[in-house]
Ligand binder design. Structure first.
Ligand SMILES: C[S@@+](CC[C@H](N)C(=O)[O-])C[C@H]1O[C@@H](n2cnc3c(N)ncnc32)[C@H](O)[C@@H]1O
Length: 244
């Protein structure tokens, strides 16, 4: 949860100008944060547009229990995005950030988003594509190995536009945010749509790749290379806005 909260606080810096560029403040009605995690972005979206009434869900009971306490103005529920516990044609706006890369059968989730959105409703899908990593071979090897161990598809964003179109969604807007680790650790620098993180912040964002069984050798190799040679990387965070 601390890593997810830190990540969400960095994402806010890019989402702020992005949401302004798509006229988010004009959205009205009922909104869903699907896979809201620690709720940092739900709360940010709610403050940025008080005309939207927010509901949010996550598959993790712990996350939802925590969020209910910290963000009581949001209507929280434990729900799997592949079988959403909400009625048909219910939402005007859905936010789905950094979730599709974690789930098996992401097409089920996209189908569910179509079902629960009202006609004309919009969905903002925001997720990295691990194929977009640039950096030295030792980093690319770790990313490639992690993708084979991870239970879901780390390249899912390649498939998303095609699935969305087949479901009847229209792509309204696409921006790729680019995060790099060539900035300052005291303060990330935003040069929209780029964000320059410091070396240590960049490393902390990648720590999840060292956890799974079988990753330790590559992770240690990269860690020693990273700390001694100031390894540079970039990654794209795809941001797609669709309308039903
Ligand atoms: C990387 S976090 C992103 C959290 C938040 N959206 C953000 O961007 O800060 C991914 C979240 O998706 C949730 N998640 C994973 N699979 C899910 C599923 N099938 N249905 C609902 N939530 C899911 C996880 O519990 C986790 O909280």
């Amino acid at each position: 949860m601390p890593r997810l909260s830190a990540q969400a606080n960095l994402l806010k810096l890019l989402l702020e100008p992005y949401l302004d560029s798509i006229g988010y403040e004009k959205e009205v009605g009922t909104a869903l944060d699907a896979g809201a995690g620690p709720g940092v972005l739900t709360s940010f979206l709610m403050k940025k547009n008080p005309n939207l009434k927010w509901m949010a869900c996550d598959i993790s009971e712990d996350m939802v229990q925590y969020c209910k306490l910290v963000y009581p103005k949001v209507d929280w529920k434990v729900s799997d995005v592949r079988a959403l516990d909400y009625p048909d044609n219910h939402f005007d706006f859905i936010f789905n950030s950094m979730v599709l890369i974690h789930i098996k059968e992401p097409e089920k989730a996209l189908k569910e988003f179509y079902r629960v959105l009202k006609p004309g409703g919009k969905i903002l899908i925001h997720c990295p594509n691990d194929k977009s990593f640039t950096g030295p071979q030792v980093l690319l090897d770790m990313v490639a190995k992690h993708a084979t161990i991870h239970p879901a598809d780390r390249f899912v964003m390649e498939k998303v536009p095609g699935i969305m179109e087949s479901l009847g969604f229209q792509l309204k807007h696409r921006t790729d945010f680019i995060a790099s680790n060539d900035g300052n650790d005291d303060k990330p620098m935003v040069d929209y749509p780029k964000i320059h993180l410091g070396m240590m912040t960049g490393w902390s964002m990648m720590s999840f790749m060292g956890h799974p069984e079988g990753m330790q050798d590559l992770y240690s190799k990269l860690q020693s290379e990273y700390m001694s040679n100031r390894v540079k990387f970039t990654i794209k965070l795809e941001t797609h806005l669709y309308q039903k």
